[in-house]
Design a protein. Structure first.
Length: 278
């Protein structure tokens, strides 16, 4: 069931975060947006646990979310950002082979939250990486990648270093940005969950009621079961590979930008499902 009032409140927090130049205020709004989303998700899980009719009516869904057009470079980091957000909001993701879209599996309200956060954070990630390239700070840096030298039994893997190209700098920056966002959102989610569980522990629950911890566990199992039934993906999607260029300097810059980003479980990146067939 779509909660437009909740989305409006989250959007309001995102706008407040984007409109302030104070990093501490932006962080406060970011945490508020994620905690609001988590609190609403907890309330829904507990309500469903207490009401069998609601449990039958509100079930996980699958939604295709567009990432970019075919042929556009750099979509892998866009996907990585969505996966990071999804992981913090009880949504599991399959990734198209060309990274142009993802399939999100979870409850409608949680997927709505993911899309709202993704829209705001993608704009910030692209703007921050553009500013990094314009600054020229990446010049003089090097990138490292694993390549294979020789043939046959003489073949071996070696680390090749070369001057950092703009596209490699951008991808490293955005990848680190997405990772940092994932950490921040997950921390905010965990804090909200701990508060909800602590409230249960501090009071006596009515007879026959379901605890918050149990309701959240049931929800996790339902999304997992739904995913296993509906997903047709094969393989494992990963945000980077050993053969792609790695730049410590660009990643540090991206991580700093991710810490400053203004933000109003899926599995870990390495465990997100891979290419969709067809």
């Amino acid at each position: 069931m779509r909660d437009d009032k909740l989305l409006t409140r989250i959007a309001g927090l995102l706008r407040q975060a984007e409109n302030t130049d104070n990093e501490h205020e932006a962080e406060t709004f970011m945490q508020a947006a994620q905690r609001l989303a988590t609190a609403a998700s907890i309330d829904l899980a507990v309500a469903r646990a207490h009401d069998p009719a609601a449990r039958r009516k509100t079930t996980p869904i699958t939604r295709q979310v567009a990432i970019g057009e075919t042929g556009k470079r750099g979509l892998r980091t866009y996907v990585q950002l969505f996966v990071a957000i999804a992981r913090a909001n009880d949504v599991t993701v399959d990734v198209a082979g060309n990274n142009t879209f993802v399939l999100a599996y979870g409850y409608e309200a949680d997927i709505d939250t993911c899309e709202a956060l993704y829209t705001s954070l993608l704009i910030q990630m692209v703007a921050a990486s553009d500013a990094y390239l314009r600054s020229g700070d990446y010049r003089g840096e090097t990138s490292a990648r694993v390549v294979r030298k020789g043939t046959g039994w003489r073949s071996r893997r070696v680390v090749e270093r070369k001057p950092l190209a703009p596209i490699t700098a951008r991808l490293n920056f955005q990848s680190a940005f997405a990772e940092r966002i994932g950490v921040r959102l997950t921390e905010a989610r965990d804090a909200a969950r701990e508060e909800a569980v602590a409230r249960d522990d501090s009071r006596e629950l009515p007879a026959g009621s379901t605890s918050t911890a149990l309701a959240l566990r049931d929800k996790e199992l339902e999304v997992s079961s739904f995913y296993k039934t509906e997903s047709t993906a094969r393989g494992t999607w990963r945000p980077t590979s050993a053969s792609s260029g790695y730049s410590e300097g660009a990643r540090q810059a991206g991580d700093r930008a991710g810490r400053r980003a203004k933000i109003g479980a899926d599995r870990e990146f390495g465990a997100a499902r891979g290419a969709l067939e067809g």
